[in-house]
Ligand binder design. Structure first.
Ligand SMILES: [Fe+2]
Ligand SMILES: [Fe+2]
Length: 303
C-alpha cells in the first residue's frame, strides 16, 4: 500500500504488540452456548433445515478448523519470510528488523493457535480431526518458487484482516474470547500484508518473463493444492458434525451440508483473498492481461 515502508511497519508492530495470556486469553474459556465463526464466514445460516443448536455447533466446528488453519499456514509463512530476510542481512537493517518482527509474531500466533486447540475441543465430543500436518504441507509449499509463495502469503494476510473487519467484528453474538483472538491476530497481521506488498515486487524484479510465466503456473498449482485441503477438511468437518449432533441427517442433507461447507471454506481461504482489491492491484502490477486471465480461469474452475 502506498506510503508504507519498513520503518512504518516497525512502528505499527510496536504499537500492536500483545501477549497471549495477559491480553488475549486473560484466564477465560470458550462459551459453547455461543457461535464462534460468524454466519458471514461459516454460511451456516444458509442451511435452513438446521435448527439453532445445529447452526451454532456447525459454526463452532468451522471455528475450530479456522483456528487450526491459521496455525497451519503460519508454518510455511515463517519459513518463507525467514528465508527472505537473507536479502537484507547485510544492507537495510530496518527492513531486517521489520521482517524479524513479522516472523516473531507468526511464531507467537502459532503458539496461540496450538494453545486454544484443546480449549476449542472441550465443548465437543471426541472425533474432530484436522487432517493435514503443518510440516508436510509447508515442505510441499516451499518447493514452489518464492514469487508464487509470496502471492499465496499476501492473499492469506489480506483475508485475515478482511474477515475480522467484515464479519467477525460486527457479530455481537459471537463468543467474546473467540472474537478477541481474531481481533488481536488481525492487529499484528496489518504489517505482514504491507511487507508482502513490499517484498513481492522485489522478488518479481529478479525473474525473466519465462520464469514469471512458470511462477504463475506454480501459483495456480498452489491454489489447486489449497482446494484439495479444503475439500478433504470440509468433508471431515461435516461428517464429524453429523455424528456429534443430536439430530440425524439423510443422504440429501449430508450432500447439501458438504456442498455448503466446501463453498464456505473456498470463500474463506481462496476467494476472499484473491478478490481483495489490494491483492488484485499487487498482482495486476506484475502480470500481463493474458496471464491474469489464465489465473482467473483456473480460479473459476474452483467455483
Ligand atoms: Fe498470524
Ligand atoms: Fe501474518
Amino acid at each position: 500500500m502506498e506510503g508504507y515502508d519498513y520503518a512504518k511497519c516497525i512502528e505499527i508492530s510496536k504499537r500492536a504488540r500483545w501477549d497471549i495470556d495477559k491480553d488475549v486469553i486473560r484466564g477465560r474459556e470458550f462459551d459453547f452456548s455461543k457461535k464462534f465463526l460468524p454466519d458471514g464466514l461459516s454460511k451456516a445460516d444458509q442451511l435452513g433445515f438446521l435448527n439453532k443448536n445445529d447452526q451454532r455447533f456447525l459454526s463452532q466446528i468451522q471455528g475450530r478448523t479456522y483456528a487450526n488453519m491459521f496455525g497451519f499456514v503460519e508454518r510455511f509463512i515463517v519459513a518463507k519470510m525467514l528465508e527472505i530476510t537473507r536479502n537484507h542481512w547485510l544492507r537495510d537493517q530496518v527492513a531486517l528488523e521489520a521482517l524479524v518482527r513479522f516472523c516473531d509474531e507468526e511464531l507467537k500466533h502459532q503458539e496461540l493457535f496450538r494453545r486454544i486447540e484443546p480449549m476449542l475441543g472441550v465443548g465437543m465430543s471426541e472425533g474432530y480431526r484436522f487432517l493435514h500436518q503443518a510440516d508436510a504441507v509447508a515442505a510441499a509449499v516451499l518447493k514452489k518458487c518464492t514469487w508464487a509463495v509470496l502471492a499465496l502469503i499476501l492473499e492469506i494476510e489480506l483475508f485475515t484482516q478482511e474477515h475480522y473487519r467484515q464479519s467477525i467484528e460486527k457479530d455481537e453474538k459471537l463468543d467474546p474470547l473467540y472474537k478477541d483472538i481474531f481481533l488481536f491476530h488481525m492487529k499484528e497481521e496489518t504489517t505482514h500484508a504491507l511487507m508482502d506488498e513490499l517484498e513481492w515486487p522485489l522478488e518479481d524484479k529478479k525473474l525473466t518473463p519465462t520464469e514469471r510465466d512458470r511462477a504463475i503456473d506454480e501459483l495456480i498449482e498452489l491454489a489447486a493444492a489449497v482446494d484439495g485441503i479444503l475439500q478433504a477438511q470440509s468433508k471431515a468437518d461435516v461428517e464429524f458434525f453429523s455424528k456429534a449432533s443430536d439430530s440425524s441427517f439423510g443422504k440429501e442433507d449430508m450432500e447439501r451440508m458438504k456442498g455448503s461447507v466446501l463453498k464456505a471454506y473456498r470463500w474463506q481461504y481462496i476467494f476472499s483473498g484473491t478478490e481483495h482489491p489490494r491483492f488484485r492491484k499487487a498482482l495486476g502490477d506484475l502480470i500481463t492481461e493474458a496471464q491474469g486471465e489464465r489465473i482467473n480461469n483456473a480460479l473459476g474452475m474452483l467455483r
